[in-house]
Design a protein around this ligand. Structure first.
Ligand code: ADP
Length: 475
């Protein structure tokens, strides 16, 4: 089985979010399933600088406004295909944002070019023929549409990592993007009078996946579907959810170079003391040490947590937060630290190593997201024996077994759920968390369950492999 994965970012080469972790991890995980996955990426500077053993597979004088080459090569163990189009990708700035912080004005063309090349490969441009094309988020959304316009190709999978990004484009650019006008309908890629690249993928793909089963169901509802829920309901028989995994070698408390390694809940004590010292927290606090590691945006629900902080503190708990994002939210958290120190400590910034130390040192992690396609921090936390208190949405609901009386009795709980996500429910959740923490045997059982939970890629890779096999059989 050969699969072409079309993506705009991929760890360890280029990353702005969790999408890159998935596209970077899938090829190795799928190799174990007998799938050879090649990743098609834009030739950003960071990619061009790393790619080795380069071969030119194809040359064209005009790919959306300039000459381009299709390259094959390897980098960081990945088998890559790269669209080398300097007029689109060879520039200073971010993957999607220019130096002024706004979207690159030619983003539609930049990712249409990636999709065009993906569709051409799928239709036999090179000697290597994929059996299935895997498209990630709106940046790869035009691939199924281009294949449909060209009269077909191998089956396609459109994967939604976050439906909040729809790839919306002015309809006047339809011709420039080489889109067939017949597709500009409500059943096709028309979206509120504009073109949506994500909708192009969702309407034309043979299968649609997202990164957790619960998010797959949520996307079909108006509350979560961002206007695409109707289309997804109409195509419900094609929609499924496959959970993301994490890199269990990188996130392994027994070997993590950033911490004093451990493989039992008791082993966390050294890291806990170190985290308290590092953050200037209260070593004598009679409650759980909670953490947040997050982007500070509306999605993450941390405004609710700010309001509920007094409940945690009254119960003897404390909180360390590491995050960056909305300036207003950053300053609100700084103020909270000033008001409640030393029981509340805040680090504004992005720091991978620090996030490892926090996962190891904490008793609990708080993730009150309004929506969460999969979520990674609760998975890291589980592996480190840090108990997640999560909103019962998306992948959070799918990966944390809530400590209701039956689950506690059966000894299977790994965390707590908040539902619905309101101040009252979060406050009650924090009270329950503190009460559970005081029941040392129950808490320890939860930690052991958490550390034993399978959060790697193997199960997900089996699910992707089975989906590809079904699609390839059908075609
Ligand atoms: P999202 O993709 O919506 O930001 P996820 O939980 O899926 O949420 O992934 C977030 C990733 O970014 C995780 O790997 C998390 O550890 C990391 N992260 C977020 N904020 C920070 C930070 N301030 N410092 C270090 N890592 C962070």
């Amino acid at each position: 089985m050969q699969v072409l994965s079309v993506a705009s970012e991929c760890v360890p080469l280029v990353k702005t979010g969790g999408l890159a972790d998935v596209t970077g991890a899938l090829p190795a995980a799928l190799a174990a399933e007998g799938v050879r996955m090649r990743v098609l990426l834009p030739g950003y500077r960071a990619v061009m600088a790393r790619i080795e053993a380069v071969q030119t597979l194809h040359d064209t004088p005009d790919l959306f406004g300039g000459p381009a080459r299709l390259l094959a090569g390897r980098a960081a163990g990945l088998d890559l295909l790269v669209v080398d189009a300097p007029h689109l990708y060879d520039r200073d700035g971010g993957l999607y944002l220019g130096p002024d912080g706004g979207d690159w004005p030619d983003n539609p063309e930049r990712f249409a070019a990636l999709c065009w090349m993906g569709a051409e490969i799928a239709r036999g441009l090179t000697d290597w023929q994929p059996d299935v094309v895997q498209c990630h988020d709106w940046q790869a959304g035009f691939v199924p549409q281009y294949l449909r316009q060209a009269g077909g190709g191998p089956p396609t999978v459109m994967t939604v990592h976050n439906i909040a990004f729809t790839g919306s484009v002015d309809a006047a650019r339809l011709g420039a993007l080489r889109l067939a006008p017949e597709g500009y309908t409500p059943e096709g890629f028309e979206f509120y009078g504009r073109i949506s690249a994500l909708k192009a993928g969702l309407s034309a793909a043979d299968a649609i996946t997202t990164v957790s089963p619960t998010y797959a169901r949520e996307l079909m509802t108006p509350a979560f579907g961002m206007g695409l829920d109707g289309l997804l309901r109409a195509r419900a028989d094609r929609v499924s959810g496959i959970l993301n995994g994490i890199d269990t070698a990188l996130w392994n408390p027994a070997t993590d170079p950033a911490i004093t390694p451990y493989d039992t809940p008791e082993g966390k004590a050294t890291s806990r003391a170190a985290l308290i010292a590092e953050m200037g927290l209260d070593p004598g606090a009679p409650g759980p040490l909670c953490i947040v590691v997050s982007r500070l945006t509306e999605q993450k629900g941390l405004d609710l947590l700010l309001r509920c902080l007094p409940v945690l503190l009254e119960q003897g708990g404390q909180l360390a937060l590491l995050g960056t994002g909305d300036p207003g939210m950053e300053s609100a958290w700084r103020d909270a630290a000033a008001e409640h120190g030393p029981r509340v400590a805040v680090r504004i910034g992005y720091d991978e190593t620090m996030s490892h130390r926090m996962m190891a040192g904490a008793d609990a992690i708080l993730v009150p997201s309004r929506f969460e396609p999969c979520g990674l921090t609760q998975l890291y936390a589980l592996r480190y024996g840090t108990i997640p208190l999560v909103a019962q949405v998306g992948g959070l609901a799918d990966t944390v077994i809530p400590a209701n009386p039956a689950a506690v009795q059966a000894g299977v709980a790994t965390g707590l759920h908040i539902h619905p996500l309101t101040d009252t429910a979060l406050a009650l959740g924090l009270q329950d968390l503190c009460a559970l923490w005081r029941q040392r045997a129950v808490w320890r059982r939860m930690q052991i369950n958490a550390m034993a939970q399978d959060v790697g890629w193997a199960g997900s890779a089996r699910a992707y492999g089975a989906l590809y096999a079904r699609l390839a059989d059908r075609s």
